[in-house]
Design a binder for this molecule. Structure first.
Ligand SMILES: Cc1cc2nc3c(=O)[nH]c(=O)nc-3n(C[C@H](O)[C@H](O)[C@H](O)COP(=O)(O)OP(=O)(O)OC[C@H]3O[C@@H](n4cnc5c(N)ncnc54)[C@H](O)[C@@H]3O)c2cc1C
Length: 356
């Protein structure tokens, strides 16, 4: 469905109301959790609108192109739609296919490429303002809100000189552009291990730098021996208990236990993790716990300290992003839908079939 544009020359008050502008529930984020929340609320008869700043399952779309999930397919299912794959673990491609199919099956009403900037108002009458990719502003009203904005948009920065250079990336996509170049991979978890292996297998000269004493214990059980053996064989260089101090145009400076080194370098992948958009959560009045930045919410219903605004998915864990993932976040939708039914009664079961 094409996104209706509101030309910039039209003032917001002149913008005509649209049938989808007044949902019972507006879900911010079309990740697996946002989809699960929308499906469960829709099943309970509520009008639901999902808004995402990118495409459907935008985070998964931005994962490494050839990524394989560590989870078996049935644990990634939402809305009771079976997910079957040829091999034991789904690929990113299969997951994209699956979630598209789910959205189609449930006729989910998703506004892609609209970035939710502000949420104001109160329980029963929230105002949500989005900006689309052309800079046009859109306004929505909703009775209740689910925030399921994930954590993959904001990388944990190292705050070192040179981090802003074009050769430094916080996301890894694919190996080909790095053939026959000197690449440093920073990090000791799955993303770093998999990127280092993929780059090495496709002809890059790879050095892995990690502040810990060894690869993290959460590295996938089939990846860990692979990376450790490549390091032992000297095929992938590695410095543990080491930190990158500075990134130059053609080198990186690394502090190691045996002294400071300058390594020849063309590209850097700083795969040091990601974090939820705490500023956005605070801007809508959600309180965060002091240590781990967990949103204050009722664990039974996921309603936050702001009545009528729910939190769902990985953001519920704050900075502990490895506590909630698709496998368990997908159940948040049922909790929220049950609370909506209890508080608001039934909705309009014809939506979204009667929406434009
Ligand atoms: C490489 C990698 C591999 C992984 N493998 C697995 C695995 O095998 N199994 C597993 O269970 N988990 C896995 N995970 C973790 C899992 O993908 C995440 O925990 C999961 O995507 C979280 O789901 P979510 O719906 O909460 O957030 P997300 O999937 O991140 O979705 C959030 C959505 O919100 C949108 N958004 C953000 N801010 C706004 C805004 N202001 N306005 C509008 N839209 C907004 C984003 O564009 C995004 O589409 C993996 C993660 C990574 C990085």
């Amino acid at each position: 469905m094409p996104v209706e544009q509101i030309p910039e020359t039209v003032t917001r008050s002149q913008a005509h109301a649209r049938p989808d502008s007044f949902p019972d529930l507006l879900v911010v984020g079309a990740g697996p959790t946002g989809l699960a929340c929308a499906i469960e609320a829709q099943k309970a008869g509520f009008k639901v609108l999902i808004v995402d700043k990118g495409c459907l399952v935008n985070s998964i779309y931005h994962y490494p192109v050839n990524m394989v999930f560590f989870t078996t397919p049935e644990l990634l299912e939402v809305g009771d739609i079976p997910f079957t794959t040829a091999l034991a673990k789904p690929t990113r491609h299969e997951a994209l296919e699956y979630y598209r199919r789910v959205a189609e099956h449930y006729h989910l009403h998703v506004r892609q490429y609209e970035w939710v900037k502000t949420i104001t108002g109160e329980d029963g009458k929230f105002c949500v303002t989005t900006t689309d990719r052309h800079g046009a502003i859109h306004d929505y009203r909703a009775r209740r809100i689910v925030v399921a904005t994930g954590y993959y948009d904001l990388a944990n920065k190292m705050n070192i000189p040179g981090e802003e250079l074009d050769k430094v990336f916080h996301y890894y996509k694919e190996p080909h552009p790095y053939y026959d170049t000197d690449v440093v991979v920073i990090g000791g978890k799955n993303s770093a291990a998999e990127a280092a292996l993929d780059l090495w297998r496709h002809g890059a000269r790879v050095t892995l730098i990690h502040r810990g004493a060894q690869m993290h214990s959460h590295v996938k059980y089939w990846v860990r021996p692979d990376i450790e053996n490549r390091i032992k064989a000297g095929e992938i260089g590695a410095y543990f208990n080491s930190t990158v101090q500075e990134i130059g145009l053609d080198n990186v400076v690394v502090k190691t236990p045996s002294g400071t080194l300058r390594l020849k370098n063309d590209f850097v992948f700083a795969l040091t993790g990601y974090h939820p958009d705490y500023d956005f959560l605070r801007s809508i009045g959600i309180e965060l716990s002091p240590e781990q930045q967990r949103p204050v919410c009722d664990p039974e219903t996921l309603e936050s300290n702001v009545p009528g605004i729910y939190v769902a998915g990985v953001i519920v864990a704050g900075s502990r992003t490895n506590e909630i993932f698709i496998e368990n976040g997908r159940f948040h939708g049922k909790l929220i839908a049950a609370h909506l039914s209890e508080q608001l009664g039934g909705g309009n079961p014809n939506f979204p079939l009667d929406a434009t």
